[in-house]
Ligand binder design. Structure first.
Ligand code: ASP
Length: 329
């Protein structure tokens, strides 16, 4: 009997990134070159765990992925589940992994796990972490306990939730954390361990339109408000501000934002990288009480980049009214 027929069926989709990168001519640096088949060939042990088919969806550095590409990836992954895949694993560059994972998580309607991974060291570098990350991602994808948890990000033997994970180091192997939250689980000697049971998920329908744009600006010391004031004239339909501390801006920004918030949804998040925004602590102009009274939304735990994704998807559904519920979720 065909041994493969007894194994669970997994699909591996490959988008590029460092995990797929190799050196070309000396001095030219690494670029994405390895597709799904080559990644699989680099980890022959996987063949004993699952019947894995591979698709090279694109070979891009992750800075050049887009919402449009991710919607295509989503359609492909859903199709794979309909065709009988028991899990889907995606490899991509780590630079935007936290954003793509959250984007896909908000739209992933299946109980079947969608597990994302990548690598910090190129495939052609000694000690590259791609094969180990791929093995752990497949182990997580295969675990019954991974069902119903949406999109999981697996690197360095840790499992992170899409809404919490962040790349917090530029070159370290241990570049992924869920600040203020912690990893959702880990992979130890091939065993997948979660720290708790899965919780009910909220999922969005597909956006009805995709041409709109949401801006993201960082508050910084002594910044003028010229860029801010230009936002409505540039055709943006939503704005996220990565505010100081617990979600604060200067007096001048508070005034400029008050005008903008009359025309489009504005979310104020924290630029600190960890912890929620405040709701009812600070009373100065530019702090959360003032900003909320001027029609702005406080991000809660959601980081500025993920706020931009949430807002983009809600505007694409003409459902900005759902924003407070999502931010409180
Ligand atoms: N340094 C990146 C990576 O880890 C490059 C990218 O995001 O594509 O994959």
């Amino acid at each position: 009997m065909n041994e493969k027929a007894c194994l669970p069926r997994i699909t591996l989709g490959c988008l590029g990134g460092t995990v797929s990168m190799q050196a070309g001519l000396p001095g030219t640096g690494v670029t994405p070159q390895l597709g799904g088949d080559e990644l699989l060939a680099g980890m022959p042990q996987l063949g004993a765990l699952a019947d894995i088919s591979t698709v090279t969806l694109c070979l891009l550095p992750s800075a050049s992925l887009s919402f449009r590409i991710l919607l295509d990836v989503l359609a492909w992954a859903r199709g794979e589940v309909e065709r009988g895949a028991q899990a889907v694993v995606l490899t991509q560059g780590t630079d935007t992994l936290e954003e793509s994972a959250y984007f896909l998580d908000l739209l992933w309607p299946c109980d079947v796990p969608l597990v994302m991974t990548g690598a910090m060291r190129p495939a052609s570098q000694p000690g590259n972490d791609g094969p180990a990350n791929l093995l752990a991602a497949v182990q997580v994808a295969l675990a019954a306990k991974s069902q119903g948890r949406g999109v999981l990000v697996v690197l360095n033997d840790q499992i992170h939730l899409a809404a919490q994970v962040r790349k917090t180091a530029s070159l370290s192997i241990a570049a992924f954390e869920s600040p203020g939250w912690g990893p959702e689980g880990s992979v130890v000697e091939g065993q997948v361990i979660f720290r708790g049971a899965s919780v009910p998920r909220k999922v969005l329908p597909l956006p009805k339109h995709c041409e709109h744009r949401v801006a993201l600006l960082d508050a910084c010391l002594d910044a003028d408000s010229a860029l801010l004031q230009a936002i409505p004239t540039l055709g943006y339909e939503g704005l996220v501000v990565a505010g100081f501390g617990a979600g604060h801006v200067s007096t001048a920004w508070s005034q400029a934002l008050a005008r903008i918030a009359k025309d489009m949804p504005v979310i104020v998040a924290t630029r600190t990288g960890c912890g929620p925004t405040a709701r009812a602590t600070y009373g100065f102009v530019g702090a959360e009480i003032d900003l909320q009274s001027k029609g702005m939304h406080m991000a809660g735990r959601l980081c500025p980049r993920k706020c931009r994704i949430l807002l983009w998807l809600l505007i694409g559904l003409d459902d900005q009214a759902a924003l407070p519920g999502w931010l409180a979720h």
